[in-house]
Design a protein around this ligand. Structure first.
Ligand SMILES: C[S@@+](CC[C@H](N)C(=O)[O-])C[C@H]1O[C@@H](n2cnc3c(N)ncnc32)[C@H](O)[C@@H]1O
Length: 267
């Protein structure tokens, strides 16, 4: 099964170039969540299912400018993209299947950006013991996942589902909290493309100790700020504007060139 999953995501990796060139609202909201939920004093951050590396790079450059980040992914192609487009001295990109690998270390934050739903239900207990072993005593686990409603609509339409694509409910996330001796301190259903189509959640250890409210307690995000009149106008014109499309096509070509097999970083 692992090779099937790896092959699926090796092939899927082509989509990441478009996400980077055109932008992706799901990822934009995901990064906003990371910026608000990751404590600025986190020293060691583990990103599981790092994909193109965009999220790990964002955390390294915009959220915690001193943290060491390990970003793991099952797909060699994804890691090649990440090492080529989003290299950073504080990020190590490593190939690993999180359901079977023996990762080590103490991690202040474990981030699963649209990954937990791609873990087979039967592998969850093992994954939870991995979390339990790797998370520090005040550590946090951040999840972004499609909502059960989104998954049901994909299942009904038969389109857009990935090789493993499970439903993740409030109860499932609470089970993670129980299994790591933590608390589900944040659970928010957000609307990316349709109403209530994604969930952002935080499982936290040590939440029973109250402390002064800090910068990383800016949650909850209970809605996406409406864009200003000017921003909406700019987006509307920009998407139709020739210069904008020329810029996108230039960026696409530049990324594809970077990713030609002779320049791609395999390790
Ligand atoms: C839906 S993509 C999300 C990618 C990126 N985090 C994002 O938000 O755009 C799921 C990612 O999880 C990775 N993945 C899936 N199963 C995995 C596993 N068992 N171990 C490690 N990575 C896995 C895939 O290779 C892929 O990069």
């Amino acid at each position: 099964m692992a090779t099937q999953v790896e092959a699926f995501y090796d092939d899927f990796s082509r989509r990441f170039v478009e996400d980077i060139v055109q932008g992706n609202e799901r990822i934009a909201q995901q990064l906003n969540f990371f910026a608000k939920a990751i404590p600025s004093d986190a020293q060691r951050i583990l990103v599981i299912g790092s994909g193109s590396g965009q999220g790990a790079y964002f955390i390294a450059t915009r959220v915690v400018r001193s943290a060491t980040i390990l970003a793991v992914d099952i797909s060699g192609e994804n890691l090649g993209i990440a090492r080529t487009i989003f290299p950073h001295p504080r990020i190590e990109y490593r190939k690993a299947d999180i359901t079977t690998c023996a990762l080590a270390g103490d991690w202040d934050v474990i981030v699963l950006p649209d990954v937990y739903e791609h873990i087979p239900i039967e592998a969850r207990p093992t994954l939870h013991s991995t979390f339990n072993r790797l998370l520090t005593s005040r550590g946090k686990i951040l999840f972004t996942v499609p909502s059960p409603g989104k998954q049901l609509s994909l299942k009904e339409s038969g389109q857009g589902l990935q090789v493993i694509d499970e439903i993740v409910s409030l109860e499932d996330l609470n089970k993670v909290a129980i299994d790591v001796d933590g608390t589900l301190t944040y659970f928010s259903t957000i609307s990316v493309w349709e109403t209530n189509d994604y969930i952002h959640a935080v499982v936290e250890r040590g939440a029973e100790y109250v402390k002064p409210i800090g910068e990383s307690d800016l949650l909850p995000i209970k809605g996406w700020p409406r864009q200003s009149f000017l921003a909406r106008g700019w987006n509307m014109i920009g998407n139709r504007f020739l210069l904008f499309q020329v810029l996108q096509s230039w960026r696409r070509k530049r990324l594809r060139k970077q990713l030609t097999s002779d320049s791609i970083r395999t390790a």
